[in-house]
Write a protein that binds this ligand. Structure first.
Ligand SMILES: Cc1cc2nc3c(=O)[nH]c(=O)nc-3n(C[C@H](O)[C@H](O)[C@H](O)COP(=O)(O)OP(=O)(O)OC[C@H]3O[C@@H](n4cnc5c(N)ncnc54)[C@H](O)[C@@H]3O)c2cc1C
Length: 355
């Protein structure tokens, strides 16, 4: 038997399992999935978990079951590509014939002193739970800083406002408008939504230092009861340590077939992979579909596709609490209740197909 080892049961890892396990897995292949969490987590909903508007169980999906799937619960510490080994914390290493690395991303602190040590995070399930506890134990009137007004920061601020309208929320962003990657009409709608709800937006921010409960904006200290960091991402630490070619964001450079240029048995999927799009769950899934095609061909001793059509991305949807939202669908901005309903629908469909 040959062993396909998948590191990380996130959006990319799960899509591989969904496509291979039901009826496509060749008889001589077995799969080992390694994850530090015993179920698939819906990372796109971590903002709601941290704000306290959904239950933890609501964003868990069980890993699939199959006679040739082994699920290994553990923490990957490093990958030895020379010797086909995955090292785990306090467990024997795992050997692989083929490896897919889908370990996702973590916060990027842009070398801001104290940011890592003194801020809360929503990039992992564990960190989101810690953030939830802290946010929901705050006294009425407490001051909350959220650094970074991209999709995650905006969704967290709006959801927290609904969960705890008694808190004072300040949203810091570098740009002249929040959600700077969206058209201005959409940013204006979201900024107005925040202003009406007394959420403070600080545009043109430059966070220069963070100390316990103190945020320095342009070197001016400001006191907060909690500071949450949503100001950037980078590939998982295990991938950061890999001695392979990376792009400017630290993501692994791959061939068209999504394997390392130096090793056709090592693939990278999702947030750790260098692709011509911003990282997203949809992208991880689309890439996983292509990796499945490559694996099936190679296992059958056939040439894999020499090119693929561009990965189809359906657009972006963001929530502003439970009733409003915004999005870009077919490059057109949409605002109001419709994008919020669409977002709930997408989540429902995902859980229906995976649960
Ligand atoms: C608040 C928020 C909202 C978002 N909203 C959207 C959205 O609306 N639409 C969208 O498309 N994308 C969204 N994203 C981005 C999306 O969640 C990611 O792009 C997607 O999760 C990437 O998938 P992945 O398979 O690369 O990794 P992940 O889904 O992050 O999975 C990584 C897996 O690896 C495991 N893991 C990590 N390190 C280790 C280790 N050392 N050992 C063992 N296991 C490990 C983790 O437990 C996890 O299961 C959002 C992200 C956030 C934080």
């Amino acid at each position: 038997m040959k062993n396909l080892v998948i590191l990380g049961g996130g959006y990319g890892g799960m899509r591989l399992l969904q496509r291979l396990l039901p009826n496509q897995l060749p008889e001589d292949i077995e799969i080992t999935l390694i994850d530090r969490v015993p179920y698939h987590c819906l990372k796109t909903e971590y903002y709601a978990l941290a704000a306290g508007t959904i239950a933890d169980q609501h964003i868990r999906v069980p890993f699939p079951e199959h006679p040739r799937l082994t699920i290994k619960y553990g923490d990957v510490t490093s990958i030895d590509i020379e010797n086909n080994l995955v090292h785990l914390n306090n467990q024997d290493p795992i050997t692989y014939d083929d490896l897919v690395i889908g370990l996702g991303c973590e916060d990027k602190y842009h070398n801001v002193p104290g940011a890592k040590e003194n801020t809360y995070s929503i990039q992992s399930i564990n960190n989101s739970r810690l953030t939830y506890q802290k946010l929901n134990n705050l006294a009425p009137g407490a001051q909350v800083a959220i650094v970074g007004a991209g999709l995650s920061g905006v969704e967290l601020a709006s959801e927290l406002n609904e969960s705890r309208p008694d808190l004072n929320i300040s949203l810091f962003d570098r740009g002249q408008h929040i959600l700077s990657m969206f058209p201005e009409r959409l940013s204006n709608y979201v900024e107005n939504w925040f202003t009406e709800r007394h959420i403070t937006i600080i545009n043109g921010a430059n966070i220069t230092k963070v100390e316990p409960n103190v945020l320095y904006n342009h070197d001016t200290p400001m006191d907060f009861d909690i500071i949450v960091w949503t100001a950037g991402i980078q590939p998982n630490q295990v991938v950061q340590q890999l001695d392979v070619e990376k792009d400017a964001q630290g993501r692994v450079v791959l061939t068209i077939q999504h394997n390392l240029p130096t090793n056709e048995h090592v693939y990278v999927v999702g947030d750790c992979a260098s692709l011509p799009y911003a990282p997203s769950a949809q992208l991880a899934e689309g890439q996983a579909e292509q990796i499945v095609q490559v694996l099936l061909k190679r296992w059958n001793n056939e040439e894999p596709p020499s090119e693929f059509p561009p990965i189809k991305l359906k657009g972006i949807l963001g929530s502003l609490g439970k009733k409003h939202g915004f999005g870009l669908v077919a490059d057109r901005p949409i605002i109001g209740r419709v994008p919020r309903l669409l977002k709930s629908g997408v989540l429902w469909m995902y859980k229906y197909h995976n649960g």
